[in-house]
Design a protein around this ligand. Structure first.
Ligand code: APR
Length: 235
């Protein structure tokens, strides 16, 4: 069980692993997306420029899979922790699904974007809610400015969202808890090194992440099984 004092501020980083038990494939694990699809076919701006229909086919597949998914006990344990700690908890996710929100988390910072939002690739139209799918031969959507509409996702080579807010929360945290992330994709993989020595650093997942050495504690197991017990905060 995680012991917290009233002065503790908790930074949570989640990755694809927390949604694995909800039926959403991870990226690099067995059956992972990048085992089936090439990252440069669905995960870069160059791919979108080259073949927007193929990229929309990929995200339409992901929208369908995520629409059918439900939050698991791992998501719910984090929502309950937020209800207890209020603004002493900062939840940053690399995931683009909305399972944290479905589980009741009110403040979720999506550093890699959101699957059910789209935006214009040309003008500064703010991202808008969009759960539609665009499978060939459907036309890909265009903006009033004439620009192509793209998924509101941070692709490889692009700058993640909300980094100022994230680093200010990292600077404030006394407990850093990472869940279900392989620790290979930057800048998220370096967050633990940023707080090491100043905050308790805890990892939850069935296998050790690539940045294992930066964690003071490692709980090997599935998030949906480990988190309800670990986060049953003692009063
Ligand atoms: N509970 C917790 N962790 C799990 C579970 C589970 N049930 N099942 C698998 N995992 C762990 C795996 O051990 C692996 O370390 O989840 C991790 C998933 O790693 P990746 O597939 O690499 O996903 P992630 O770290 O979130 O990827 C980071 O890379 O492709 C980009 O933008 C994409 O946000 C993504 C980023």
């Amino acid at each position: 069980m995680l012991r917290l004092s009233p002065a503790d501020r908790v930074f949570i980083l989640t990755g694809a692993g927390i949604s694995a038990e909800s039926g959403i494939p991870t990226f690099r694990g067995a059956g992972g997306l990048w085992r089936t699809y090439r990252g440069d076919e669905g995960g870069t701006h160059e791919a979108f420029r080259r073949d927007p229909a193929l990229v929309w086919e990929f995200y339409s597949m992901r929208r369908r899979a995520a629409s059918a998914a439900k939050p698991n006990p791992g998501h719910r344990a984090l929502a309950q922790l937020e209800a207890r700690l209020q603004d002493r908890l900062f939840l940053c996710t690399q995931n683009v699904d909305n399972l944290h929100e479905q589980a009741g988390s009110a403040r979720v910072v999506h550093m890699h974007g959101e699957l059910f939002k789209s935006r214009c690739d040309t003008c500064r139209l703010p991202p808008f809610d969009d759960a539609r799918t665009y499978d060939p031969p459907a036309e890909i959507p265009h903006c009033a400015c004439g620009g192509r509409i793209r998924p509101h996702i941070c692709w490889f080579g692009e700058v993640p969202f909300h980094l100022d807010e994230i680093f200010s929360a990292l600077d404030d945290c006394t407990v850093f808890l990472a869940i279900g992330t392989s620790g290979v994709v930057e800048p998220a993989a370096s967050f633990v090194a940023h707080v090491r020595g100043r905050a308790r650093t805890i990892y939850v997942g069935p296998e050790e992440p690539a940045n294992r050495s930066a964690f003071t504690e490692c709980h090997l197991g599935n998030a949906g099984e480990v988190l309800p017990e670990l986060l049953r905060i003692s009063p």
